[in-house]
Design a protein around this ligand. Sequence first.
Ligand SMILES: [Zn+2]
Length: 86
Amino acid sequence: MPEQDRESGAHTGTAEVCQEKQHLSNEFLEAVHEMNVLLKQQTLALIEGDPDFSRFDLLLHLAQEKKERTKYAWIAHVESHGCSGG
Ligand SMILES: [Zn+2]
């Protein structure tokens, strides 16, 4: 995955962005994105009358677990590291 370019000129007053927090929030966003993609695919399968649309249930379940896991990892990190960024 390509790294996001730093916004030039933007200065929020925070000298350093916590890399670990960045990483964890990226993981969380990725899991949310995966869930959205799966929901869209499942909706399409339903619309198209795909009899096997329930196969998405397991994938959605796994994506949701990942979402929860990454969310709590992120919260736990921010709380212990104190890097919420105001
Ligand atoms: Zn941190």
